[in-house]
Design a protein around this ligand. Structure first.
Ligand code: GLY
Length: 429
């Protein structure tokens, strides 16, 4: 099967890797791809923001399946354009991708369908005074979110009223995030532990992938600024079987039937960011794609043919696909450039990448570039070292063991990935 994967991160390398080890013979193209995807397929220099350029490549190359990794092309309608020309695609329509692309839409949608989430109010650019009055009434902690896509910078958890006022002045007053924050959602702070739930749906049926937990802050002990994600593990022990069932009944099913009844049937991957509160699971946010770095732990947990799974999603035949999951755990640790998530330098030599990947230990590339003399860094998040084991401790030991043999100047990583999971399963010795 000839497959095109859209994107250039660790997530897209993980998707390409899972397809490459699938029992379905594939020819993989990745646009634009990265140093890692180049090892399992052909990187293609396409401008993915130009749908007509993608369609031309799909038609000229005889592509039979397109997987769209990042949110921006989904929100821009790339999946709609591809479906119009008859190409099976993994990714929702632009109308359905509003669940991620517009926080104001998703909060209103959850309210219409009684889906548990934090209480909220939305404010437009000309309502700064109303928004300030609202946070002064509500008090802190409180969360201020840009409604639109803001590359992970749009959700500000405000510990004090002063922080909340400053966030509103920045977003609504100064226009700091531009159009992404022309509407701002202010919502109550939820107490609890976060977990990620991944739903694959073909518009009729759905399957769940293993749950995962991400580590968003740069510093150990969940300190410092937010990042795209510094590591992850799967499954997340906080998501017990009972909680998964509750999340399916109270969140996943009403979301899918709600989208259907409103005329935007969801066909793609729905990533539900959950807070496990004392009142049960509540939605922090929806994403219309797989997570990064959660994909780097969730796909290695699948002992089934991932090409068939994604093709089933794209062709409305998910009910005929078997999902088999490894009965252990997986973990990944992200290695980042010094300074990330702020300014960082590129072009640092990377050593220790020559060891072969195995089914149980894989180095996924994100910000790397191959030069004539070897690998160099080319991004903030550089690599995700991923491993699976019989349990979380074994997976973490393998990942950190492999990571210890990789070096580059200023390499930054967290040493406490998976600690909450180890505590919950009594593996923290
Ligand atoms: N890891 C968080 C995300 O992909 O949005």
């Amino acid at each position: 099967m000839r497959i095109l994967i859209i994107g250039s991160g660790g997530r897209e390398h993980a998707i390409a890797w899972a397809f490459h080890r699938s029992s379905t013979p594939t020819t993989l193209f990745i646009a634009p791809g990265n140093g890692g995807t180049h090892q399992v397929g052909t990187n293609v220099e396409l401008d993915i923001s130009r749908a007509e350029e993608v369609v031309r490549f799909v038609e000229d190359t005889g592509i039979e399946l397109v997987v769209i990794g990042p949110e921006q092309p989904l929100v821009d309608g790339l999946a709609d354009t591809l479906r119009r020309v008859g190409t099976p695609v993994v990714g929702p329509s632009a109308a359905a991708a509003r669940l991620e692309g517009s926080k104001a839409f998703s909060k209103d949608f959850m309210q219409r369908h009684g889906i548990p989430t934090a209480a909220y109010r939305s404010f437009e650019r000309d309502q700064l005074d109303d928004a300030l009055a609202f946070v002064r009434t509500e008090g802190a902690p409180i969360v201020v979110k840009a409604s639109g896509l803001a590359a992970g910078k749009g959700a500000i958890v405000c510990e004090t009223l002063k922080d909340a006022e400053a966030a509103l002045m920045d977003l609504l007053g100064e226009g700091l995030l531009g159009d992404a924050a022309s509407t701002v959602v202010v919502e109550s702070f939820m107490h609890g532990e976060e977990a990620s739930l991944f739903v694959l749906t073909d518009g009729q049926d759905f399957v769940l992938l293993p749950t995962a937990q991400d580590h968003k802050r740069i510093g150990e002990g969940d300190t410092g600024p937010n990042t795209g994600g510094m590591g992850a593990y799967a499954p997340a022990p906080v998501m017990t079987e009972d909680l998964i069932r509750e999340a399916v009944t109270r969140i996943v099913q009403p979301t899918l039937t709600g989208m259907q009844s409103e005329g935007y049937p969801y066909q793609g991957i729905l990533y539900v960011g959950l807070m496990i509160t004392p009142d049960g699971p509540k939605v922090v946010e929806y994403n219309c794609r797989l997570g990064d770095p959660e994909t780097q732990v969730v796909l290695p947990m699948l002992d089934c043919d991932v090409v068939q799974l994604f093709h089933g999603l794209a062709t409305g035949t998910l009910n005929s696909v078997n999902v088999a999951v490894h009965q252990g755990a997986s973990a990944c640790v992200v290695m980042a450039s010094a300074g990330y998530p702020g300014a960082y330098e590129k072009g640092k030599d990377i050593h220790g990448l020559d060891a072969d990947n195995t089914d149980d230990c894989i180095v996924f590339h994100a910000g790397t570039r191959k030069t004539d003399v070897g690998w160099v860094t080319s991004g903030g998040r550089v690599l995700a070292v991923s491993a699976r084991g019989q349990n979380l401790k074994e997976a973490l030991d393998k990942a950190y063991g492999r990571l210890s043999r990789i070096t580059f100047e200023g390499a930054t990583f967290r040493r406490d990935i998976g600690h909450k999971g180890l505590e919950r399963t009594d593996q923290l010795l």
